[in-house]
Design a protein around this ligand. Structure first.
Ligand SMILES: [Zn+2]
Length: 543
């Protein structure tokens, strides 16, 4: 019995245990693959070029008996859940970024999710980060051994002439024994261990953004992949705890950043007011716990809707400031925004203001954020009011903000309504709902019954069963006729509502029980898997 138990996912990357009758292997891994698949060397038709035309592939179909199973862009999927699939010649794709992404998406779309992916003769210390990021899990020593034959010294930063062996760059046992082959193999194993660590801490993207700088093709792969937003977004959890580092230009295109902006524009429902104040962000998150935002809020005194203009997220309505990634991102702050940053963020503001017109918009901004607001205002034909041009926290600026709002009425603070619209795409009537707790750990109740609380790690709302009763549709996972004991596993799921992402709060609906919990897989990936957890259950209610 062959199977791949995925333990952790980080986008397309996974870590887990691959098991055959004789071997249990933690992936990602590199090994002498002959030990795992002894007859692979003898098998015919496993080496078709990726670019081979469809007619040729049909003429020379691979002999798929046993493991690993050959997959190819022009072949119907022959793999089942648990199989190890092999993509021959993937090293060629690495130097063709556009093809890399096109082939990858084609292959991933047709193959079950819980298959282990083997790229033969491809893995080097300088490329396994992007290979694992693309969803490959298994490598061999062929590529590093070839570098050894070419007298090349492998590092994660690239390959050097073999005299580097004695330069002190590395002090592994291979280097100590002046054994290039041993060093190159150890360098690959070391980098895979590091990549695995980043996957398990859900930060592989940050490592890839840093590692790819030394290789133009890898940067291009990352950018082409980001352009495939719909494909990538499905695999990215809707929320996490921990910091999201947005330290490179590519951060603007990260799926979670784009998804946040898309939802602010298309799902989010602002409070009923026609006056908005645009504010700068703060390094401290959530913003309202920072010194500067305390001052802004004191000056505004609830008389306007507060919108934070920030890079790379674009626009963060005050009610959403705790939600991932708004409450979690870390950026290098210089006050300078480059042209691409300005264009992308001005585009987000423009779309938002067209969707949600205000009678008055006061820009309490400086620098790049001010420039972006001006570009957006011009695009929408809005006349901005200004309460400062520099130093938004100065006494003069704060008192100008206060006077600009004199005569305006206090608006109802309805954080829950905004959060519900963003998270569940639902327009909840919040009449009679009360809130208690110490911000940001809030609990919402109706008639003294708790309905929602805020998960302070992710910033998302956690509905109770009574809370779910107020959300008429969506985010349901339907199960068979059983009472879950612990987590709901994939084989027990009959149907899933569309649009669910990993980490989304969901309601499990069965004939004999209901359960609240958090999705472990997207709506697209649950039907494409046959093992593993579908929903991490928090509470079960028998019917
Ligand atoms: Zn070494």
């Amino acid at each position: 019995m062959i199977r791949f138990d995925i333990r952790k996912r980080d986008g397309l990357a996974r870590s887990g245990i691959f098991q055959t009758d004789t071997i249990s292997l933690k992936l990602p891994a590199a090994l002498a693959v002959e030990s795992l698949f002894p007859d692979l060397d003898m098998r015919e038709g496993t080496n078709l070029p990726l670019c081979a035309p469809s007619a040729l592939v049909k003429h020379y179909p691979p002999r798929n008996n046993g493991q690993p199973v050959t997959i190819h862009p022009h072949l119907e999927n022959p793999a089942h859940s648990g199989d190890c699939v092999i993509v021959a010649n993937w090293q060629v794709a690495l130097s063709n970024p556009r093809n890399y992404v096109e082939w990858l998406i084609g292959l991933k779309e047709k193959t079950p999710v819980d298959t282990a992916w083997y790229a033969p003769a491809t893995g080097l210390p300088s490329n396994v980060h992007i290979l694992c990021y693309s969803g490959f899990d298994l490598f061999d020593f062929r590529a590093v051994d070839l570098k050894t034959a070419q007298m090349r010294f492998c590092t994660p930063e690239g390959e050097f002439l073999s005299d580097a062996l004695e330069s002190g760059i590395c002090t592994c046992s291979g280097c100590k024994e002046k054994d290039l082959k041993m060093h190159n193999r150890q360098a690959l194993l070391h980098e895979i261990a590091l990549v695995t660590r980043f996957i398990e801490e859900y930060q592989l993207r940050d490592l890839v953004e840093s590692r790819c700088r030394l290789n133009a093709a890898q940067v291009a792969i990352l950018r082409h992949l980001d352009n495939q937003f719909r494909f990538v977004e499905r695999s990215v959890p809707v929320a996490r705890s921990g910091v999201m580092r947005a330290n490179s230009g590519e951060s603007l295109q990260r799926a979670e950043i784009r998804r946040f902006a898309e939802r602010v524009i298309s799902r989010y429902l602002p409070p009923k007011t026609d006056i908005a104040v645009l504010l700068p962000c703060s390094a401290k998150k959530p913003y309202s716990l920072s010194q500067s935002h305390r001052k802004f809020q004191l000056a505004i005194a609830g008389r306007a809707h507060e919108l934070i203009v920030t890079s790379p997220l674009g626009l963060v309505p005050r009610e959403l400031e705790c939600i991932y990634p708004a409450g979690h991102y870390d950026v290098p702050v210089t006050g300078y925004w480059d042209a691409e940053e300005c264009a992308v963020i001005a585009g987000i503001l423009t779309r938002y203001f067209k969707q949600h017109p205000y009678r008055r918009i006061i820009a309490h901004l400086e620098g790049g954020a001010l420039k972006v607001a001006q570009i957006a205002a011009e695009a929408c034909g809005i006349t901005l009011e200004y309460s400062c041009h520099e130093h938004p926290t100065s006494d003069a600026a704060l008192s100008a903000l206060d006077s600009a709002l004199s005569g305006e009425r206090r608006i109802k603070d309805d954080r829950l309504h905004g959060m519900i619209s963003y998270q569940f795409n639902s327009d909840l009537d919040t009449k009679g709902i009360t809130v208690r707790g110490h911000y940001p750990e809030l609990f919402f109740s109706k008639k003294n019954v708790q309905i929602f609380s805020i998960d302070t790690g992710t910033g998302l709302l956690r509905p109770t069963f009574d809370g779910w009763n107020l959300l008429p549709e969506g985010y349901r996972v339907y199960i068979d006729d059983f009472i879950p004991e612990g987590d709901v596993l994939v084989p027990g799921v009959i149907k899933v509502d569309p649009g669910i992402r990993e980490s989304d709060e969901v309601l499990v609906v069965g004939v004999r029980a209901y359960a609240t919990g958090r999705a472990a897989l997207s709506s697209e990936d649950i039907p494409r898997s046959s093992r593993g957890v579908a929903v991490r259950v928090r509470k079960i209610k028998r019917l």
